[in-house]
Design a protein around this ligand. Structure first.
Ligand SMILES: [Zn+2]
Length: 243
């Protein structure tokens, strides 16, 4: 293998590891946003049930007040019933009594409905509170895990960047320039081997005369088709070893 190619492969190895780490780092904000989104949704649901319960408690209070007032009024009307003088008055009073009785019945029914749902609502609040607490604990754990991972990966990136910098002085300007240009087009694998006469990047055949140059390690070669740098021929057997 051409000595410059060997260095480019080392460089590519570092760059690949850096890219993987960077890719992992880039995922964390999304992972955290998803976690936070779940928590916000759960807390919102709990707040809605709590507010529902408060509304019902408030309504219950009003119903109780209205019921007391209406019962008082009913008693008054019923007392008046004894004292009315005309049939017309009696009819009017009876209508009022009927109407207030109906109102009382409606209030009692609504009050019973609220009471019947009260236990279920409290249970939902309890369950939801437990779920929110659990999710909060999970979110804290996840936040710590992400923080640790980010710190570890950032440290690893710094280490790899130093390793990369240490490789650069050994690489000739022309080879480095070619590598960087090729990497712009093929970020993952600017340097690839040849296998069975073909570039392993694009799988197109490499011309025989180019293969000869590659086997002699005379020059830094590129694939004529995709432009990747060709490192070596994996399947080439030198003549002195061939049987
Ligand atoms: Zn190619």
């Amino acid at each position: 293998m051409h000595p410059q190619i060997a260095l480019l492969i080392d460089l590519q190895d570092v760059d690949q590891r850096l890219a993987r780490l960077q890719d992992q780092l880039n995922r964390y904000p999304g992972i955290w946003a998803e976690m936070k989104g779940k928590l916000v949704k759960k807390v919102g649901a709990l707040e809605a049930i709590v507010s529902d319960e408060q509304n019902r408690t408030e309504e219950k209070k009003h119903i109780e007040q209205d019921l007391r007032a209406s019962s008082e009024k009913l008693k008054q009307y019923q007392a008046q019933q004894m004292m009315v003088k005309t049939a017309k008055e009696l009819t009017a009073l009876s209508a009022q009594i009927e109407s207030i009785k109906k109102a009382i019945q409606r209030m009692e029914e609504r009050g019973e409905e609220i009471l019947a749902n009260e236990a279920e609502l409290r249970e939902r609040i309890e369950t939801s509170t437990v779920e929110v607490d659990e999710l909060k604990a999970r979110a804290r754990k996840e936040r710590d895990r992400i923080r640790d991972q980010v710190a570890a990966k950032t440290a690893e990136i710094e280490k790899l960047e130093k390793e990369r910098a240490s490789l650069l002085p050994g690489i000739e300007a022309g080879a480095l320039d070619l590598y960087e240009k090729t990497r712009k087009r093929w970020p993952e694998d600017p340097v690839v081997p040849v296998r069975n006469g073909s570039c392993t990047g694009c799988h197109f055949a490499v011309l025989p005369n180019r293969l000869v140059v590659l086997h002699l390690d005379e020059d830094v070669l590129r694939c004529d088709h995709c432009g990747r740098i060709l490192s070596h021929d994996e399947t080439f057997v030198p003549a002195e070893h061939a049987q």
